[in-house]
Design a binder for this molecule. Sequence first.
Ligand code: BV8
Ligand code: ZN
Length: 252
Amino acid sequence: MFYFIDMQREKILEKLLSSKKIVFFTGAGISAESGIPTFRGEGGLWKKFKPEELANFNAFIKNPELVWEWYQYRRKIVKNAEPNLGHKTIALMQKYFDVTVVTQNVDNLHIRAGSNLVHELHGNIEKNYCIKCKKRYDYVDFNDDDKISKCECGGLIRPDVVWFGEMLPQVQFSNSENAAKNCDMIFVVGTSFLVYPAADIPIKAKISGKFLVEINLEETELTRFADVSLFGSAGIILPQLLIEFEKIKLNV
Ligand code: BV8
Ligand code: ZN
C-alpha cells in the first residue's frame, strides 16, 4: 500500500528519528475514545455542572453528597473504561524512546496501558483520603447507597484529585517541568490548554526550544506555538505515527 506521508508528518518522523527523550502531555481528549467524557467539549462533564459548583473544596464542604455522587458517577465510568489505542501507542513508544507521560487526567488509563513513568498533575480519581485524619482510602469500592462515605474518625472522605484553588503535587509538577526542559520533543495530546499551572508544562518545553507537536480535534491557544498540529483523533493519529516510524526505523 502506498503511504502518502504529508509534509507535516514527515517533519515529526524526522524529529522522532533523531530523538531519545519524549514527553507526552495529555488531557481529557486522549481518554474520549475510551468513553470518558471530556470537560469542555460536547456532552462534556462541565456542560451539565459548572466546575466551580463541583471541583472545589468549598463546594464539597457545602454539598458533600452532590460532589461525592459526581465522583462516584465518574469512578464508575472510569472503572468500565479501557485504555484506547492512543494510550497504548504511548506505552508502546517506550520500546524506542525514554517516555515521560505528564497527564492532567485522573482516570489511571496511561498506567493501565503500560506507561511506566506517569506524572499525574491533577491526582487520581481512584485514590481518596479523609479530610480530618488523612487516612487513605485508595482503590476502595465504595457502595453506592450511602450518600457520602465517612471515615471511622467521622471525617468526610474526598477524592485525591486537585480541585480548583488547590496546589498541584509539587514533586510531580517539578519532575514534569524538568522532563519538559530536558526532552527532545513534546507531544501535547487532547487538551484545551486552559488550565494552569499544568498548561505551563508545554510552554516550558517550547521556551526551552523543544519541538512541539499538538494532536487535537480542533485549534487551541497552543496551536500558534506548535511546530506541527495534527487535527484528528488521538486514537487514530498516534498509532499511524508509530506505524510510519517503525516502517522507517526497521526499513521495511
Ligand atoms: C491553582 C479536577 C493556586 C480533577 C481540574 C494561572 C496560574 C495558576 C492558576 C490559575 C491561573 N489562572 C487561573 C488559575 C486558576 C485555575 C485555572 O487554571 N482555571 C482555568 C479554568 C482558567 N487553576 C487552579 O485552580 C489550579 N490550582 O492554581 O492553585 C494555588 C497556588 C498556590 C497555593 C494554593 C493554590 C488547579 C487546577 C486543577 C483543577 N482541577 N479537575 C477532576 O475532577 O478531574 S481541571 C480539569 O481541567 C481537569 O483536571 C482537566 O484535566 C483539566 C484540563 O481540561 P482538559 O484535560 O484539557 O479537557 P477539556 O475537556 O478542557 O479539553 C479536551 C480537549 O480534547 C479539547 O481540546 C478537545 O478538542 C480534545 N479532544 C476531544 N476528543 C479528542 C480530542 N483530542 C484528540 N482526540 C480526541 N479523540
Ligand atoms: Zn478520618
